[in-house]
Design a protein around this ligand. Structure first.
Ligand SMILES: [Cu+2]
Length: 127
């Protein structure tokens, strides 16, 4: 009788062992998945930081000679805005200058001056 009960216990232990292994495996996988989710999360945070660095822009003020009316300043403004790397441009006929915000990764100060001189004006960096 006692021996039989021992046998049943043994049998139960054997039967439950694979289940225990299975549960352990599931927990292990969940732990790995959790870790990868953390890694992926950290990676996206890193790329977000990279993106914000890349978008860092510079601003220059360009002195322009040769504008005769607001049509001139509007034309320069339109051409600057069409230039790759220029984020924003304001051109003042009254102040004889342009304020240009640009992404230095895509356009240089010299290129910005060139865009203005190609339209027939004299351009130089004021600040
Ligand atoms: Cu004009």
């Amino acid at each position: 009788m006692i021996e039989q009960q021992e046998d049943i216990k043994q049998a139960r232990k054997k039967r439950f062992k694979p289940v225990t292994l299975f549960i352990t495996a599931v927990f292990a996988l969940a732990a790995i998945a959790g870790t990868s989710a953390l890694i992926v999360g950290a990676k996206s945070a890193d790329s977000a930081a990279v993106v914000s660095t890349v978008v860092n822009t510079e601003r220059i003020v360009v002195a322009i000679e040769g504008m005769h009316c607001t049509g001139c300043s509007n034309g320069i403004k339109a051409m600057l805005k069409r230039t790759k790397g220029v984020v924003s441009a304001e051109v003042s006929y009254e102040n004889k200058e342009a304020s240009v915000e640009f992404n230095p990764a895509d356009v240089t100060r010299d290129k910005i001056l060139e865009v203005i001189t190609n339209l027939g004006y004299k351009a130089s960096i004021k600040g």
